[in-house]
Design a protein around this ligand. Structure first.
Ligand code: DON
Length: 308
């Protein structure tokens, strides 16, 4: 389906764009530091179709947005009881890559699947003969949800993160020591950094949000991609933990389920209404797109999207 550029939406983008100057692109993944600080694009899917604004040809990687996809896949593979034996359901109030709370949990288990420790644990649960097969299964789910068969991994970004992921390595060693995960840590990091480096644009992202908004069903061809139960679980995590230690403020000010990534991606899903994909690589101190959050806030106010 075509996504139509909208002048009205473009006005929202231009009002939010100046905020990008107050943020910074991430430097801990060298490939992401090359992004254009003031880029900002958005797409919005509703039953009327798709509208967009900004340079929607800009592609970016999913980063932490992929945690939604792997969580859905792991629950589909193993059932929610097995998954939540390994990872909790509670927000942390800590940064996404923090190790702090892991030490205080007995038995040791990451507090939720959206922080890095929890996401690494979930990726460890994905079924498949080898990494290639597991990654292909993750990619297939992303492609179905985005309705785009051409989506693939940006290998340059994956390699850049793999080579520098020492904090995530340390989380893995901690998790292995406490028997939350087992097996080869480099293998796990390889799969994780590849899932984070899946590349798309904001139109693809908006479609993913729209499938979630439509109970896991592709609204255009009726295909059931995720069960209603899994869709409800991942959407709930978007509300409670999707914006990390900004989730509470985001729920108050914007009031829509959303999941961010350090690439500047923000996936939003307004149940029964809409999917929104935003890309703005300059981040605030919590690791969320600074202009993207402003854009979502003004869209939510104007279109009365707040679900609470
Ligand atoms: O593991 C990491 O640190 C990154 N690949 C993903 C982190 C992320 O996107 C946090 N989001 N705001």
């Amino acid at each position: 389906m075509q996504c139509i550029p909208s002048d009205t939406l473009q006005e929202f983008v231009e009002k939010a764009r100046p905020f990008s100057r107050k943020g910074t692109v991430p430097h801990y993944i060298p490939a992401l530091a090359k992004a254009e600080q003031t880029d900002l694009s958005v797409a919005l899917y509703t039953k009327e179709g798709c509208v967009s604004a900004g340079d929607v040809s800009k592609r970016f990687t999913l980063q932490s947005v992929s945690k939604i996809i792997t969580l859905a896949l792991a629950i589909d593979d193993l059932g929610r009881t097995k998954v939540f034996e390994k990872v909790g359901m509670e927000p942390t109030g800590d940064p996404f890559n923090s190790i702090a709370k892991l030490e205080n949990q007995t038995p040791s288990k990451p507090l939720n699947p959206m922080i890095n420790a929890g996401a690494l644990t979930v990726t460890h649960l994905i079924q498949g003969m080898n990494n290639e097969e597991k990654l292909e299964r993750i990619l297939q789910l992303v492609r179905k949800m985005a309705n785009n068969d051409r989506i693939t991994v940006n290998e340059y970004v994956a390699k850049s993160e793999f080579e520098t992921a020492n904090l995530n390595r340390s989380l893995c060693y901690f998790l292995k020591e406490h028997k939350v995960i087992d097996g080869d840590i480099e293998e796990l990091l390889n799969l994780y950094t590849n899932q984070c480096a899946i590349e798309l644009n904001c139109i693809d992202l908006a479609h993913i949000g729209y499938v979630l908004a439509n109970d896991g069903i592709n609204p255009y061809n009726g295909e059931i991609i995720l069960s209603k139960d899994i869709t409800r679980i991942v959407t709930t995590f978007m509300v409670t933990c999707g914006m990390y230690n900004e989730s509470g403020e985001f729920a108050i000010k914007v009031g829509i389920p959303a999941k961010s990534g350090v690439s500047g991606a923000v996936l939003s899903s307004i149940p029964e209404k809409m999917g929104i994909g935003v890309y703005g690589p300059a981040l605030n101190e919590k690791g969320n797109s600074i202009a993207g959050v402003r854009l979502l806030q003004s869209l939510s106010n104007q279109l009365q999207l707040n679900i609470f």
